[in-house]
Design a protein around this ligand. Sequence first.
Ligand code: AMP
Ligand code: TRP
Length: 358
Amino acid sequence: MSNTIPQRVFSGVQPTGNLHLGNYLGAIKRFVELQDTFDCVYCVVDLHAVTTWQHPVELTSNIREVTAAFIASGIDPEKHIVFNQSQVAAHAELAWIFNCVARMGWLNRMTQFKEKAGKDREKASVGLFAYPTLMAADILVYRATHVPVGEDQKQHLELTRDIAQKFNNDFSDRIAATGCGVPMQVGDETVNGYFPLTEPVIGGPAARVMSLRDGSKKMSKSDPSDLSRIVMTDDADAIAKKFRKAKTDPDALPSETEGLADRPEADNLVGLYAALAGTDKASVLRDFGGAQFGTFKPALADLAVEKIAPIADEMRRLQADPAEIDAILKQGSQRASAIASSVISDVKEIVGFVGARG
Ligand code: AMP
Ligand code: TRP
């Protein structure tokens, strides 16, 4: 699909602690790479965090930690926009409209809700169920065209497109009458729509980083085992220990990527090496094919320390001055609000609310 809405990148990370190598390689590192090509908006999604219980004091510190990780990784908060979601009211406003566009059946199919709610769904918050409509609002309140995320977010991005398409259809006459729409190509048709059908940017060797303890589970902030993940603040000893203890099979590494099929743990470690080195799995196997894990794991640990330690040092330096972080978030929120409030006033006009303009 193509459209004439200017290209813009949006993505978000939840301030829920334990920021790990999957978050960095699957998402934040890619945010950094997109800065040269696109206007980017990067958000600490604190409204999403509170869909599960967050201790207020820890939440505050986790918001600053994610902000520090963005900046320490190389996101430029002067050229691009870095802010926290709760400070731009338009996210919650648009989410409400989208709650009325999306259907229960669509949300009932979301696998992340099923995983996070667990067996006792009656006890999950209403917010956890509505989480994907807020995510659609985050993206579309900037009419963002590209969203870099890890593979686990693919289904939410498909839902975001469904919401955009239904809104464009339901209100097509109003969009035309108010003159807010733009021509966009949907399949073979050119339609006049308001929201773009956003493209996911998912891929590379670390789109789905797995637990170091179990190659069938993704690396996650909430895994009870600390050994399952490398967190950004781990020191060199912790990183070496976690890779040393990482689950593997007894065979040597293959020379070609086909040899990684049915070897999830080996595949994961090779993918991590490739993502850290900025290369692909085939090239890692050209160097390490035939090597035992006893050789490969220390090389991987050294590379991880080389790439992560400077970021962690810079995070610590930034976090020592919370006022500076808060100032960055504040100026980011003001710039984000300027874009989002114009979209929300268009939406109010399109929906037919009185008093939207002027
Ligand atoms: P979250 O911590 O859930 O807010 O995730 C922040 C970003 O990291 C999202 O783009 C996720 O898709 C990405 N992410 C989370 N876990 C992983 C993982 N294990 N591998 C790759 N990307 C991940
Ligand atoms: N749901 C995402 C996650 O858990 C975080 C998120 C919230 C997000 N809003 C977003 C990601 C908008 C991309 C775009 O990882």
